[in-house]
Design a protein around this ligand. Sequence first.
Ligand code: FRU
Length: 493
Amino acid sequence: NEWTRKLRYHPYEKWGKDYRDQLNKTVNQSIWRLDYHIQPVTGLLNDPNGFTFFNGKWHLFYQFYPFGPVHGLKSWFHLTSANLVDWKEEGIRLLPDSLYDSHGVYSGSALAIDDQLLLAYTGNVRNADWERSTYQLGAYMDKKHQINKVETPLVSGPPKGYTTNFRDPQVIFYQDHYLMIIGAQTTEEKGEILLYKSKDLKDWQFLGPLNFTQQSLGFMVECPNLIFIDQQAVLIFCPQGLGKNELSYQNIYPNTYVIGQSFDERNRTIEHTSPIHNLDSGFDLYATQAFNAPDGRALSISWIGLPELSYPTDQEGWAHCLSIVKELKIKDGQLLQQPVAEQKNLRYKKTALLGDIQNIQNLMANNETNRYELNLNLQEDSRGSLYLFADSDNSHYLALHFDAVHGKIELDRKQLRYPLNKDFGQTRDVTLENHQSIDLQIFADQSVCEIFVNQGRYVFTTRVFPETHDTEIFLAGTTGAYTGDFWILRSAR
Ligand code: FRU
């Protein structure tokens, strides 16, 4: 069927049971369903929302369109977890059912306040001429997951000088009051992040744009997050249309960050910030949501998918997934992204690895599943390639080329069984120090792969769509040696 606008905005309750049953069936037959990543029950998942700790559990929501693999009428789907790896699907919790969110419950954040969880989100509204209005809205969820929407907007529409591309509020508690940051676009179509302040979460005062860079931020900024790590301010955001002279990137839109030495609220300034960096070095990551958890960790989770791109599961009635949860740290002034410690919970069966890098070898003979963690330390003279999701004669695969001598790593999708979004390039690379050993921590899960390099100094995130038997792992090269561990992971379903 054709996904006309009318169909995308067809009211939820009007989709018939037969349609939904058929969709469920199609989705469940997909060989690309994931075993430990969060995926949509059916239809499309995009941004993670409301990631927080509340009432003794982790809570997470995702942007959800249930009826097909397209961006339609959005709601929030709710999950809870005791350990950040086993997630329980709680169901749809925020529906587009009010005057202020009739055309989509868009992205936002959550903040625990006494015994309630405040959900702050954007309500998207279209009029008969399909002109947009946006509101920053609130809802309170109690311990039984009952939700009450706040009747009037926290912020009604953009301030003067800004368009209705105004969304994705993050509310944080700061000193003795609350701050909200919102992605915005000026009437001259420049991206900005706007800062609001409130004492009581009801009355929100517009302070102005957040100053954090001299670089220009493209035409719109989505999904801003301000977090603090060791007193430093880390701002994560998605600048759409960012100039390639500002940052080298190949994805349609980058997900980026800056690290600042401090945050000066009075001047709305993040001070002494780094240049804008890519958060991920791979192909498919966007809309990261990060927060300061009550246990002291800074945690993040991302959408693995990008706006405006298509993927093979579109044929199967579902699209996209979330990343594993990462812990963010700063070391020697640099951001590190590491899998949360709880990720070890999934480890099930271990094989120790050790050998030289020469010719081509099957690294894990008889490997039968793309559900594993592979940790490899490549000695400082190593040069070669690792082939993942490979078929038995190694003609289709996802390749990671490494050269420790010249300090280079390249992720290469040229030999995928099903090519993906070729227009945006088929390789991604990063530069490391010369003559240093390279540390890889690789998570494979059926149709997704996340590769952490050198304790999280870089992360490459990519989708990959193999056939069921494409589970071989080959290692080829000319010089060097490796040690490592291979773990089959258990399913989190
Ligand atoms: C980012 C985004 C957000 C918006 C949401 C709508 O992917 O465009 O800016 O709130 O998706 O689903």
